[in-house]
Design a protein around this ligand. Structure first.
Ligand SMILES: [Fe+2]
Ligand SMILES: [Fe+2]
Length: 323
């Protein structure tokens, strides 16, 4: 078996999230090299009888990277979520550390989905991580500033997804939306671009502007995303509509339909603001990240027709005290 094939089947994990036992067991591996070929050697499993081994390793600390078989990804993320629950209930851990850990797990879920072709089933874990983030945010009264401190400033589809989810969540919490609405809004924010998994990978990661033809191909991520989410039968219709309508423009001219004003779902109108805000405040190989201030000026002056003006005003007001 060649190194490449082997490598493709294993995923690096954060062993810290295996500190707690429970749940379905799976094996943990480390990597060695023999005759120029990577080999994955079993280190332990998450079964209770192996927990001591994992615990000792965590106490002693290690520079070694650990891996799991790709088939166990869903189990790993369920495990990581449970482990986050334990972190959450520990009053001695600062909220900032808690949010950073949740951010890391959320990023991992989205990265697996977008970059490694992992089954969409993994998206089911996003609901629980977002729920924990909301708990953190509600207790800490963290504003956009607190959130922008942990969000990645480099644009990747997976970091962008988590960032938009978190901005949507902050908006929901800050504007005192009912809890269930905030939850759906943040989940929809995190999942708004899942349809990009159906667009050519090279196009998604292209360095530079898309040609007209490429842009046409990119547009399908809205309808494809809605199809994926509704096909999973576990997401509310509000979430699905965020995926399909987040590129519609308030004064018209957006896609896929060209809906106008309140025809566009409220959550999708909110999502559009967060989507553009994150895209402008993050850097890509061909463009610099803009400051929050410059971004808001552009959104208000040059892109005014794209957004619901009242929502944009609320967004700017909510961001204000933290700037
Ligand atoms: Fe999009
Ligand atoms: Fe987006």
């Amino acid at each position: 078996m060649g190194a490449v094939t082997e490598e493709g089947k294993f995923r690096e994990i954060n062993i810290e999230f295996l500190a707690k036992g429970g749940g379905e067991a799976f094996d943990i591996f480390y990597k060695t090299e023999s005759f120029g070929t990577d080999k994955f050697v079993k280190f332990a499993s998450t079964e209770p009888r192996h927990q001591e081994k994992v615990k000792r390793l965590l106490e002693e600390g290690t520079d070694q990277d650990f891996y799991i078989h790709e088939e166990d990804l869903f189990k790993y993320y369920s495990h990581a979520t449970r482990s986050l629950r334990a972190v959450m209930s520990n009053p001695n851990i600062p909220v900032k550390v808690k949010t950073e850990k949740i951010y890391e797990v959320s990023k991992g879920v989205m990265k697996e989905f977008f970059d490694n072709n992992t089954s969409e089933k993994i998206l089911e874990t996003s609901e629980e991580v977002m729920e924990m983030m909301e708990e953190c945010m509600s207790t800490a009264e963290a504003g956009f500033h607190g959130i922008t401190e942990i969000t990645s400033k480099d644009y990747y589809t997976y970091t962008h997804s988590v960032n938009v989810g978190l901005y949507c969540m902050t908006f929901g919490v800050k504007s005192k939306m009912p809890k269930n609405d905030t939850r759906e809004l943040s989940l929809g924010g995190m999942l708004h671009d899942v349809g990009k998994a159906k667009v050519d990978y090279a196009l998604i990661n292209k360095d530079g502007k898309l040609t007209d033809e490429e842009f046409e191909k990119m547009k399908i991520h809205t309808t494809e995303g809605a199809k994926t989410l509704s096909g999973m039968h576990c997401f509310a219709s509000n979430v699905v509509r965020m995926a399909s309508e987040h590129h519609e423009k308030f004064k018209g001219g957006g896609y896929p339909i060209g809906k106008i004003g309140n025809e566009i779902h409220l959550f999708a109108r909110i999502c559009k603001i967060m989507d553009v805000y994150d895209a402008l405040t993050t850097r890509r190989s061909y463009k610099k990240a803009l400051s929050a201030f410059d971004t808001l000026i552009i959104m208000k002056k040059q892109m005014a027709n794209d957004f619901d003006p009242e929502l944009l005003q609320n967004f700017i007001r909510l961001m204000g005290p933290d700037l």
